[in-house]
Structures are given as C-alpha cells and as structure tokens.
Ligand binder design. Structure first.
Ligand SMILES: *[C@@H]1O[C@H](CO)[C@@H](O)[C@H](O)[C@H]1NC(C)=O
Ligand SMILES: *[C@@H]1O[C@H](CO)[C@@H](O)[C@H](O)[C@H]1NC(C)=O
Ligand SMILES: *[C@@H]1O[C@H](CO)[C@@H](O)[C@H](O)[C@H]1NC(C)=O
Ligand SMILES: *[C@@H]1O[C@H](CO)[C@@H](O)[C@H](O)[C@H]1NC(C)=O
Ligand SMILES: *[C@@H]1O[C@H](CO)[C@@H](O)[C@H](O)[C@H]1NC(C)=O
Ligand SMILES: *[C@@H]1O[C@H](CO)[C@@H](O)[C@H](O)[C@H]1NC(C)=O
Length: 262
C-alpha cells in the first residue's frame, strides 16, 4: 500500500533545506583578504598591505595568515610586504576566529619594464575597474597606449591611469599596455578581466528555488494521490476480474487479454 511514497515529500524537504546553496551560504561566513593598493601583480621592490576582514568586520581581531598553504607566525590584522621579493609571490589566505578560511588571493611578484595592474580581475557588472600601466621603479613612461583585445583603447603622451565606472560584460577581455621607457618601446603583461552578471544570476537561482521546492512537493503529493487512487482501482479491478474469471471459467475457456475499460 502507498504508505512509503507518502513519506518522500517530507524527506525531500529536509534534504533541500540542508543542502540548498542558500542554506549553506547563510551558515558559513568567510574571512576575506584585501590588498592595499589593490594590485595582485606587483614589481619586486613594491609595497603592499594585506588585511583580513569579514563583512561584519571588527578590526581588532588577530587572524591566522596562510602563505602557500603554510601558516605564518604573524597574527597582525595587517600583513605588510615591504620591498617585495619573488618569495612573496603565491597564495595568501586568512582566517578570523569564528569564520571560515578566506578564498586564496594570488600575489605575483615579477620584474619587467611595464606591468599592467588592475583593481580586480573578476568583477560584477556595475563595479568600477581601475587600470594602471606601472613602470619598473616608477621610471617615466611616454606614449602610453592601453589595449583591450588587441584594439587600442586610449593613448596619452604622458602616463595615465584608466578607470571604467559601471563595468558591463562587454568590458571583459584581455588588457595590456605599451609605452616607451628610457626611449625604448615596451609591452606589459596581459591581464584577463572578467565581468560577470552573477548578482542577477544568483537572484534568479534563488527565485527559482523558492518556487521549485513547493512545486516538487505538490508534484510528489499529486503522484502519491494518483498512486493511492490507481492502486485502489487496480485492487478492486483485480478482485472484479478474479470474480468474473471464476464465473467465466465454465462458460468461456479462453481468458480475455484486456480487462473491460472503465
Ligand atoms: C554577511 O554576509 C552574509 C552572507 O553573504 C549576509 O547574510 C549577512 O547579512 C552579512 N552581514 C553583514 C553584517 O553585512
Ligand atoms: C609561494 O609559491 C610561489 C609560486 O606558487 C613561489 O613563487 C613562492 O616562492 C612561494 N613562496 C614561499 C615562501 O613558499
Ligand atoms: C591578439 O593578437 C595576438 C597576436 O597577434 C593573437 O595571438 C591573439 O589571438 C589576439 N587576441 C585577440 C583577442 O584578438
Ligand atoms: C595612477 O595610480 C597610482 C595608484 O593610485 C598613483 O600612484 C599614480 O600616481 C597614478 N598615475 C597617474 C599618472 O595618474
Ligand atoms: C550602469 O549601467 C546600467 C546598464 O547600462 C544602467 O542601467 C545603470 O543605470 C548604470 N548605473 C550607473 C550608476 O551609472
Ligand atoms: C605572474 O606574472 C608573470 C609575468 O607577467 C606571468 O607570466 C604569469 O603568468 C603570472 N602568474 C600568475 C599566476 O598570474
């Protein structure tokens, strides 16, 4: 009898509540590594400060700092990298007591003539992007051209930074800059900038979930009811068939292939 399928909606409810992405993100709050200045790509000799925070930040926490997976001795809320060295490259993470460990931030310490620096490489639509064509030891750069997907964006005789407010998906692409340093033409590293529509995407995902769960429950109840009714019908039908067969046994030796329709 349909007592087992009746239990399925309740189990499904519990499973969806426990494993839904909404439930998870609400429970686990992460620490976060912030860079100041925001550049992830820096030159040897540059200076950068890492701070650890959460969205309900109180600055007096003493976080755990992790570099390339190894816990550092420092526990200051601010980790200063002065006169950066290649050794300072790699993955940085932090953890504030009571919060999950942060996503890794990758610092890349290099040496070259020009370095394209971006305030962020993965961002959401509506945020602002700040680009800098940084020269080795801040030497003067002239005839600076910024490129996006091999097309020139801006030209200046003297160096300038670029800022794009309210970015859209069309601003995604590969950026680099060119310029003359000590009279010689130089080209920077290439940076891939990705602008996502994630906010709207997650909103609509949750929006869907809100309807999906009750919908699934309704469907399962409907299936249950249908099962219950059909089982009862089949049962009565079977009983009827048995009775008719018993009666027909003596009059009609061949049983009919199909029961009479209802
Ligand atoms: C922190 O983030 C979580 C999840 O992103 C959010 O639910 C919560 O409201 C935030 N808290 C504060 C104080 O902003
Ligand atoms: C961390 O890893 C990066 C490469 O992933 C390396 O360049 C750097 O030297 C490493 N630093 C330490 C201290 O392990
Ligand atoms: C830019 O130019 C390089 C070299 O000519 C080429 O390999 C690359 O595919 C081009 N990128 C785009 C996005 O057009
Ligand atoms: C570009 O921005 C950097 C960092 O904010 C600043 O130090 C520099 O002076 C700016 N350069 C120009 C040419 O405005
Ligand atoms: C950002 O761009 C979107 C789409 O182009 C537009 O609807 C919105 O008003 C803009 N916001 C600001 C602050 O400029
Ligand atoms: C670090 O910078 C160098 C030189 O610009 C580049 O070739 C390399 O791909 C970068 N590494 C990462 C992990 O961004």
């Amino acid at each position: 009898m349909p007592t087992i399928p009746m239990g399925v909606p309740a189990l499904l409810w519990i499973a969806l509540l426990l494993f839904s992405p909404d439930g998870m993100s609400a429970v686990i709050w992460k620490s976060k590594v912030f860079l100041n200045p925001p550049w992830r790509e820096i030159f040897r000799g540059d200076t950068v400060s890492l701070t650890c925070g959460t969205n309900s930040s109180s600055e007096d926490e003493s976080p755990v700092w992790i570099h390339n997976g190894t816990r550092l001795a420092e526990s200051n809320p601010r980790l200063d990298i002065v006169n950066a060295d290649r050794q300072n490259s790699g993955e940085y993470q932090c953890r504030i007591k009571g919060y999950a460990v942060s996503e890794p931030v990758y610092l890349n310490v290099t040496s070259d003539w020009l370095l394209l620096q971006a305030s962020a490489e993965v961002m959401l639509e509506g945020e602002s992007l700040f680009l800098r064509c940084h020269s080795w030891r801040n030497l003067n750069v002239f005839k600076v051209i910024y490129y996006k997907d091999n097309t020139s964006l801006k030209y200046w005789y003297e160096n300038h930074n670029i800022s794009i407010t309210n970015v859209t998906e069309e601003d995604s692409g590969i950026y680099y800059c060119e310029g003359r340093v000590q009279k010689l033409p130089r080209t920077s590293n290439k940076l891939r900038i990705t602008v996502k529509k994630e906010y709207i995407y997650t909103q609509s995902k949750y929006f869907w979930l809100q309807f999906l769960i009750p919908l699934l429950v309704v469907i399962l109840f409907a299936v249950d009811t249908a099962l219950l009714i059909s089982t009862q019908k089949q049962f009565t039908l079977l009983l009827k068939m048995k009775r008719t067969r018993k009666r027909n046994r003596f009059t009609d030796p061949q049983p009919k292939p199909d029961p009479p329709g209802n």
